[in-house]
Design a protein around this ligand. Sequence first.
Ligand SMILES: NC(=O)c1ccc[n+]([C@@H]2O[C@H](COP(=O)([O-])OP(=O)(O)OC[C@H]3O[C@@H](n4cnc5c(N)ncnc54)[C@H](OP(=O)(O)O)[C@@H]3O)[C@@H](O)[C@H]2O)c1
Length: 287
Amino acid sequence: MLNQNIVSAQTKILGIIGHPISHSMSPVMHNIALSELNLDYVYLAFDVLPKNLENALKGMKALNIKGINITIPFKESVIPYLDIIDPLAQKIGAVNTIKLQDDIIYGKNTDAAGFKKSLSEAQINPSGLDVLLLGSGGAARAISYTLIDSINRLAIINRKKQNAEQLVSRLKKESNSPIVAKKLTNINLKSEIKIADLLINATPVGMYPSQHDSIINPNMLHRDLTVIDLVYNPLETQLIKDAKIAGCKTLNGLDMLINQGSLAFEWWTNKKPNTSLMKRKIIELLS
Ligand SMILES: NC(=O)c1ccc[n+]([C@@H]2O[C@H](COP(=O)([O-])OP(=O)(O)OC[C@H]3O[C@@H](n4cnc5c(N)ncnc54)[C@H](OP(=O)(O)O)[C@@H]3O)[C@@H](O)[C@H]2O)c1
């Protein structure tokens, strides 16, 4: 009989790699769910310097680490070190979950499906909406692929305009909907927010310890806008606070975090985690 509190010679290892990593809530939510199911795994956070990424992946095989979540800044740069990548992750160009099986490393993207599930749980239907996406990194790419089939128009505003343009040219291969790339300026934000139904922040702006920062001047927000911030630490970012005051419907990044984590958990262990327990634990820690 397995004792859930004992790490033994049979215990299997899961984890997350990123840099920095000390802010991550993934170890907390995975370990509590593993423990509840009495599964003999432990989930650890590894702070990997970018120059050591290749060695970290070699280490996964050498040490028989069963599964790893990939976070900033490795969601794209990890791809060359994987053996098999699923078609959606390939299309998105970002991998957030990898699994080792029979000495083969498989990669997939659970951010996309996790985001989609969080929208439907919050009863936000993106069909026919004009969407403004802030950012064009790994998270923005994942969610834009889930949106382009159904929305009316997508505007992507990014600090480095060429990164938004690259994403737009990839998306245009998948959809005939109007998709535009713009540089992050107040003029562009103002004109795009005015016509948007849904605003999504997929940048780290507003994340702890810079929780008072927001890209958006509150005067630009209007009550017909739904505002989603992928940031979950703090649970209520400055953007979400401003949006609530402006009368917008809002959603933070917590449900997406839980959903993407739950899909990874199930892929690694073939068991469904208790997502309510995971969520309660994170809220307790972040409140
Ligand atoms: N809730 C969840 O489950 C979940 C899942 C994934 C990600 N996230 C969150 O989403 C955010 C983005 O993650 P990611 O993986 O996409 O990161 P990423 O690949 O590093 O991309 C970051 C994006 O944010 C922009 N950016 C960075 N700093 C900025 C600043 N100071 N001002 C304006 N724009 C800035 C970057 O613009 P440039 O191209 O100009 O550098 C880029 O477009 C993070 O806060 C992450 O925690 C949440």
